[in-house]
Design a protein around this ligand. Structure first.
Ligand code: FE
Length: 188
């Protein structure tokens, strides 16, 4: 059986054996990384970060200055990349894309949605962000500028949506924040 005919799990295992044999990593490190990615990676993590920033001005400052530190302070891993938080304001709406592939803070947002990885989104949101956002149901007034952030393997982005009106507790705020809100294709 050639390599290409092996089931995916066997191909992955063979690749793991080769990178371990080449001294690039160890079985223990691979397992630790997979654990980190698969256990508890969900949009509620990003929502917790945002809700804390909405309710704690000092945490918000940390988040905007050093998002890796802010994520770590709530127990979330962002190992291996630089995280930047970009905050929506009445004048500016932020939206995130990876034009090259699908780079994305998976530990904070869970697995990326299909549309985020699609060629249509990756190519169009850069050229005509307002039209793409309108298709998501987000009509932005003309006076609101749109910033499109192109993620890479090294730098990934988290949008801090605008806080909803009303006297909501931090826990209630967590439930309002969606994955689309954290990518910038929806308001909260
Ligand atoms: Fe990518």
């Amino acid at each position: 059986m050639s390599h290409d005919e092996l089931p995916i799990a066997a191909r992955v295992r063979r690749l793991e054996e080769r990178v371990v044999a080449a001294g690039l990593t160890t079985d223990e490190k691979l397992d630790a990384h997979l654990d980190e990615l698969l256990n508890g990676a969900a949009p509620v993590n990003g929502a917790r970060i945002v809700a804390r920033a909405w309710t704690d001005p000092a945490y918000r400052e940390t988040l905007l200055a050093d998002a890796n530190a802010a994520a770590g302070a709530l127990g979330f891993s962002t190992r291996g990349y630089r995280l930047r938080a970009v905050e929506n304001t009445p004048e500016l709406h932020n939206v995130v894309v990876c034009t090259l592939c699908s780079c994305y803070p998976v530990t904070l947002l869970g697995p990326s949605p299909g549309w985020y990885r699609s060629f249509a989104y990756r190519s169009r949101v850069v050229r005509e962000p307002r039209a793409v956002l309108a298709e998501f149901g987000l009509e932005l007034p003309g006076e609101v500028d749109v910033a499109v952030w192109d993620a890479s393997a090294e730098t990934r982005y988290l949008v801090v949506p605008r806080r909803p009106e009303g006297d909501l507790s931090e826990e209630e705020l967590v439930t309002r924040v969606t994955r689309k809100g954290l990518i910038g294709t929806a308001a909260v």
